[in-house]
Design a protein. Structure first.
Length: 146
């Protein structure tokens, strides 16, 4: 019995270690349960809607796609980011002293909770620790253009 339990424990540890790549490590560091749940959903949505351009690790693509990881622009204004996620963005912007000027397409199909989950993900991994972003906050941000 004792061996069974310890080998089970061993397997569990291996399983946890196995799935713990950089992205997941970010999520498993999130202490608040609800924030973590949002981030887990948000990561799936991010992989579906964002990572093609901004890359899985959020580092962007040369001078074409701005980074989300360590982006001064993103950290500067959460409401503006929520608006961009839903409505896309056109025109020149400066992120970490680099100018970008390619259009980002809108994501009109995303619901407030999906935008909240994506935002909770990008604002709580890669060294960010903003905390939970609620659908109410998203609705509020979308009702006022930045
Ligand atoms: C087709 C490529 C593409 C996709 C897909 C895309 N973006 Fe963008 N994103 C861009 C580009 C290009 C810009 C810069 C727009 C400009 O220059 O006006 C940008 C800008 C941003 C910004 C503000 C600038 C910064 O780096 O902080 C945020 C935040 C952002 N995107 C988040 C997202 C999120 C979250 C998703 C997924 C829901 C997403 N983007 C999907 C291309 C994309």
């Amino acid at each position: 019995m004792k061996t069974a339990i310890s080998s089970l424990l061993f397997l569990l540890i291996i399983a946890c270690k196995g799935g713990d790549d950089n992205q997941n490590k970010g999520i498993s560091n999130i202490k608040d349960l609800k924030t973590r749940q949002y981030a887990i959903q948000g990561q799936q949505l991010y992989l579906q809607y964002c990572s093609n351009c901004h890359q899985e690790d959020g580092t962007g693509l040369k001078r074409l796609i701005p980074p989300l990881k360590n982006s001064d622009y993103m950290l500067d204004d959460v409401n503006r980011s929520l608006y961009i996620i839903k409505n896309g963005l056109k025109g020149s912007i400066t992120v970490n002293n680099v100018e970008y000027n390619q259009p980002m397409p809108e994501n009109s199909k995303l619901s407030p909770i999906e935008v909240a989950q994506i935002a909770t993900y990008i604002y709580n991994v890669w060294g960010n620790e903003y905390g939970l972003i609620t659908p109410e906050k998203v609705k509020e941000a979308l009702s006022t253009a930045p």
